[in-house]
Unconditional design. Structure first.
Length: 298
DNA sequence: ACCGACAGCCGTCAGTTTGG
DNA sequence: CCAAACTGACGGCTGTCGGT
């Protein structure tokens, strides 16, 4: 069995991938499988083979090799998709729609057959302090939504015509800062500390942030959503947008790494199962051979 | 104790894929 | 088509381990 490292220049040294050629018992058919280098090493050493680390293995020029590699990599479906396919589950995003309280992140467990069983976690609910007490916030997979009805109970809110619900882009713990986004007017986002409440007055396009603990409802910040902005406001807006983007990307990167880990774990399970099956088939073949030899002698 | 190698995790950027 | 989501790549930081 030959092992060719398809990409030795990848992140997280331990997660470098290698392509290994597997011969299917019986049929003689071969298959290329992409595995982490560490796993390829393990398999090869078990087979008494050496792992060949070479990007020039194919004899192609490096640039061409890189382009080809890029093409291969770019065509690979996302870990989410792969895992969904392996586990026979509907698309995670679809599941989110079907199950309002469902969670999409890192919810899988190992299956018994090397596949991946994805078991949904209980959607967390977060107690959020408002001026009138605690509002329970239900966290959807990607956002946290504060029900408008709950906000209406805030005694500080006097004019809430057309009050919308807001989505928070990160998990909100009491006392932490939260990024708040109006789910109905995309792009209007702002930071607020965890002990503040954001409200919006219907058609005024004005946000008000109020302290949740103070009984004297003094707005801390009033942000305007209209288009009359000074250069400084525009710069602040750009900065806010950048912060939002970075924060979302940070979360996405974490999510992606979790998915990658699950994917690798899933492949490791698969390797384990296939090795076991292969061993069983070899044993069976051996027994049949022995039986055949015995019969031949008689 | 110090040093270097290594592994793991994280944030960020840039490019790609996906879903509406 | 476009915005959002996803992911490879890169660099930085930290902890562990073995050698000196």
């Amino acid at each position: 069995m030959e092992t060719i490292v398809a990409d030795s220049n990848v992140d997280d040294r331990s997660t470098a991938t290698a392509q290994i050629q597997i011969q299917v018992s019986g049929s003689g058919e071969t298959q290329m499988v992409t595995l982490p280098v560490s796993m390829a090493h393990a398999i090869n050493s078990a087979q008494g083979q050496q792992t060949v680390i070479s990007s020039q293995q194919s004899g192609q020029p490096v640039a061409q090799d890189t382009a080809k590699r890029r093409e291969l990599l770019s065509r690979r479906p996302s870990y989410r998709k792969i895992l969904n396919e392996l586990s026979g589950q509907p698309d995670a995003n679809q599941r989110v729609k079907d199950e309002p309280g469902g969670s999409k992140s890192s919810e899988s467990s190992e299956s018994d057959s090397g596949g991946q069983m994805v078991t949904p976690l209980q959607a967390p609910t977060i107690a959020y302090q408002t001026g009138s007490g605690t509002v329970t916030v239900h966290q959807s997979p990607q956002t946290i939504q504060i029900p408008a009805s709950a906000l209406n109970h805030d005694q500080h809110v006097t004019s809430v015509a057309g009050l919308q619900t807001f989505s928070m882009a990160n998990a909100l713990a009491q006392g932490q800062a939260a990024l708040v986004q109006d789910s109905n007017t995309s792009g209007n986002t702002l930071w607020m500390p965890g002990n503040h409440v954001v409200v919006q007055g219907g058609d005024s396009q004005m946000y008000q942030i109020r302290t949740s603990t103070s009984s004297n409802a003094i707005p801390n910040v009033v942000l305007s959503g209209n288009s009359m902005q000074s250069p400084q406001q525009m710069a602040e807006e750009a900065s806010r947008k950048r912060e939002l983007r970075l924060m979302k990307n940070r979360e996405a990167a974490k999510d992606c790494r979790l998915k990658k880990k699950e994917y690798i774990k899933c492949l490791e399970n698969r390797v384990h199962v296939l090795e076991t099956q292969n061993k069983a088939l070899i044993d069976e073949l051996q027994q049949l051979k022995e039986m055949y030899c015995r019969d031949e002698l008689h």
